[in-house]
Design a protein around this ligand. Sequence first.
Ligand SMILES: C[S@@+](CC[C@H](N)C(=O)[O-])C[C@H]1O[C@@H](n2cnc3c(N)ncnc32)[C@H](O)[C@@H]1O
Length: 304
Amino acid sequence: MSWNELKLAFNQLSYSAKKNKFLENEWEKFEILAKQVNNNCPDFLVNLMNSLKKVEKKKNKGEIFLLDHGCGSALKSFYLIALGYTNIYGVNKNDDIEYLNLILRKQFLISEKRFFTTDGRVLPFKNNKFDFIFSLQVLEHVQDNCIDLYYSEEARVLKNNGYAFHEVPHLLVPYDSHSRIWFAHWFPYFLQPTIYGVLKSIQNKEFLLHEGAKIAKKYNGEFLKLRTPNFHYKKISKYLGSFKELTLERLVSKANFNNYDKDNSLFVRKILYYCFRIPIFGRLLAKLLKNFFMLQTLSKKIIK
Ligand SMILES: C[S@@+](CC[C@H](N)C(=O)[O-])C[C@H]1O[C@@H](n2cnc3c(N)ncnc32)[C@H](O)[C@@H]1O
C-alpha cells in the first residue's frame, strides 16, 4: 500500500465533498488505506509521527489539539484524522477549502468550522489553543513581509510546552522539487534567467530562453523563496525557543521508495539511501550531507 494510492482515495473523497455528495463509502475506503499505509509509515512522515508520540505521553490522540499550518489539500490532516487524531484544524492561503469542513460535518458530525482560508497572516484562533502545530513545505512559499508573522502567530496559538514541527526545502538543497531543476538556484542572480531558461527549455523540450527571467523570478522570489537552514534556525529560536533538528534521523531511517514522486531526483536519493545504510560510515556520510536535504525540526515552546 503506497502514499500515492492514499492520495488517489483522498482526491475521490474531496471530489465527492466538493459536489456535496454522500461520503461514507469514500471515507471508509480512505480510512482503511490510511491505516494500511501507517503500518509501514512513509519515511517523510516518520519524524512527524514520532514527534506526535511526545504529546501522546500526556494526552490521548483524540484530545490533542493540532494545527496544520498551510494544509494545502489537507491530505496529511485527514490521514491523521483517520488514525484517530480527530481534533485537527487547518489553514491555507487563498485556496478555498470549505469542502473539508463538510467532510468533518458529514462523517464526524463536527459542526464547528475547523479549516480556514486566510490571507496567510493572522491565524483565526485564540492564544494557547494547540498542543502541536505542523507546517509541511509551507515556509518556502511565505514571503519576506510575512515570515516573522508566520512564526510569531504559531508561538501565539501554541500552548506552553506545546510542540511545533517544521519541514522546509531550503537554499542548500541542490534539487528544487518545485521547478524540478538541479542547481539553478545556486547560480548568481544575474545568471539565473539564462540558466533557468536553458534548463527549462531542455526539460520541456521547447524553446523557453526568452521566458528565462520570468521563470527565474517565479522559482526564486514570487512563488518560491528558498532560504538557508540558518535563517530558519534563528526564527525558530526567536519565536518558539529550543529546537531539535531531525533531518539526520530521516536520512538514516528505513525508506519505502513506492511513496516517492517518480521525479528525476529519485535515482540519486536511492543511491545515497543505500550508502547511508552502511554501518558507521553511512551515518557519518549522512551527517556530512544532511544540510543538502530538506530540513525537519521540532521545537518546544517554553515560557520561563
Ligand atoms: C506545497 S503546499 C504544502 C501543503 C501541505 N502542507 C502538504 O504538505 O501537502 C504549500 C501550501 O502552503 C500554503 N501557504 C503558503 N503561505 C501560507 C501562509 N502564510 N499561511 C498559510 N498557508 C500558506 C499554500 O496555500 C499551499 O497550499
